[in-house]
Design a protein around this ligand. Structure first.
Ligand SMILES: Cc1cc2nc3c(=O)[nH]c(=O)nc-3n(C[C@H](O)[C@H](O)[C@H](O)COP(=O)(O)OP(=O)(O)OC[C@H]3O[C@@H](n4cnc5c(N)ncnc54)[C@H](O)[C@@H]3O)c2cc1C
Length: 438
């Protein structure tokens, strides 16, 4: 296995649980990939503020399996709040009553707007959340006559947060997949799961312990520089050469694949397909205020400025006074330097919390290629590759979900099952047991 992000570790857990030996090579010392903990000036932060939702069933299943459970997240019934503008909160009622109630009692929307939102959901439900042909999310909202405020405070923030792609170019079908599995599914599926720890502790570290306790190896700070076909297996070369391995799962970000695969002509089409993906950024600005600074709810929407969501890490992760502001997707903020952006975001938070003192410190983390741009009809690479013993795992691999933790984890477990099936088939064909794994 190359890569110990959420996809690679999900695959490793699945293989280890099935009794299959696995070596995981990870370039970084810290596990978790794009969702990993980072230390800045001795302060433990995340590479980007992340949230989970109740619909992340595969992620939650694996977290439970490796002993992380839900103690590391705080579960809240769905609540979307743009202070002073719109507030929607789902009660603890069975689905679909929770959603109908949330929409009907939303503050900041008039009756016509509420019924337009309910009508939109009902229309999608009636069509099984399937479109005959994909289109942009903006086109879908327009086709269903969604009023400006419903788009602005409901569908657009949800779509941007889930797909990390502006609605003008985002895939309506993928957004509907997300709605189907969250807002339109059982009540718990739309719950917000806000992290109570950093994202390496949330799943990657316990996953690594799980794999190691079953004889697997996690080789940290071990960048793979090349892959070589040797007889029936593959060797993995970094500072040292490891293997040969019967099967390989490549669970690196797509932009890391060409370097590994370029020497092997059979992957030329895959490399070309990856070159066709476009990227969208995510910026997280952490602002450290005095400990007394708190948000009324640990997560709040911001409107009319650069920042889109605000998280209170004091309430969530025991870091009093630390607010994290998130900006998903491309936008005018990209013209600003980090200090300028932090100052602008401080101003935006100040409109929410009058009398806010200046931050003592700030850190801006910019991921230019945070996720692929999830555009209509996008063809994504499959798990299987041109070689029967090389598989892909990652948030960009073909699936129902956009680039999310759940998309990565689902792809990881799927790749692991394909590997397990391939190993079983080769053992049956050889008539004798064969050791080793990816
Ligand atoms: C700032 C930000 C905020 C986000 N917010 C959310 C959110 O709120 N909710 C959500 O669900 N999703 C969110 N996402 C998306 C989510 O983080 C990703 O979809 C997911 O982490 C991708 O996991 P992955 O395993 O597919 O890839 P990665 O996390 O990229 O893992 C790939 C791993 O491979 C390693 N690697 C690469 N090349 C090599 C090599 N040659 N040798 C060895 N190792 C190698 C890398 O170091 C890395 O650890 C966010 C992403 C970002 C960047």
């Amino acid at each position: 296995m190359v890569g110990a992000g959420y996809a690679g570790l999900a695959a490793a857990v699945e293989l280890a649980a099935a009794g299959i030996g696995v070596d995981v090579f990870e370039a970084s010392r810290t596990l978790g990939g794009r969702a990993r903990a980072v230390d800045h000036d001795g302060v433990r932060l995340d590479n980007g503020a992340h949230i989970l939702v109740g619909a992340y069933r595969e992620t939650l299943r694996l977290m439970a399996k490796v002993g992380a459970g839900e103690t590391v997240v705080r579960r809240h019934p769905l609540r979307l709040e743009f202070p002073g503008r719109m507030r929607l909160a789902a009660p603890r009622l069975p689905a679909p009553l929770h959603l109908a109630w949330a929409l009907l009692t939303a503050r900041g929307l008039n009756l016509r707007e509420k019924f337009a939102a309910i009508g939109f959901m009902r229309a999608q439900q009636a069509r099984g959340f399937r479109l005959a042909a994909d289109m942009t999310a903006a086109e879908l909202f327009a086709a269903h006559g969604q009023p400006e405020r419903v788009r602005r405070y409901l569908w657009e923030p949800l779509c941007l947060a889930a797909l990390n792609t502006p609605v003008a170019i985002a895939s309506a079908q993928v957004f509907l997949n997300v709605l189907r599995d969250s807002l339109a599914a059982g009540r718990a599926a739309s719950d917000l799961l806000l992290p109570a720890s950093d994202f390496s502790s949330l799943f990657p570290d316990p996953a690594a312990r799980f794999v190691e306790s079953r004889g697997g190896r996690i080789l940290r700070a071990t960048r793979v520089a090349g892959l070589e076909k040797v007889g029936a297996g593959w060797t993995v070369a970094g500072a040292e050469t490891h293997g040969p391995y019967d099967q390989l799962i490549l669970a690196v970000a797509p932009y890391h694949l060409p370097r590994l695969l370029a020497p092997h002509p059979e992957f030329a089409a895959l490399i070309e397909q990856i070159a066709g993906l476009c990227w969208q950024p995510i910026v997280t600005a952490y602002l450290q205020y005095p400990a007394s600074v708190r948000l009324p709810f640990p997560m709040a929407g911001l409107d009319g400025g650069h920042a889109q969501w605000l998280f209170d890490r004091g309430a969530l992760c025991g870091q009093p006074g630390m607010l994290a502001a998130v900006i998903s997707g491309e936008g005018p903020y990209q013209a600003l330097g980090h200090a300028e952006l932090a100052a602008a975001i401080h101003g935006e938070i100040g409109r929410l919390l009058p009398g806010l003192p200046p931050p003592r410190r700030h850190w801006v983390i910019e991921e230019k290629r945070a996720t692929f741009a999830c555009t209509p009809g996008l063809r994504r690479p499959e798990t299987a590759t041109a070689r029967a013993d090389v598989w892909l795992a990652g948030d960009y691999v073909a699936g129902d979900y956009p680039a999310t933790l759940e998309g990565a984890v689902r792809s990881g477990t799927h790749a692991a099952r394909r590997v397990a099936a391939a190993l079983t088939a080769s053992r049956t064909a050889c008539g004798s047991p064969r050791s080793g794994g990816p």
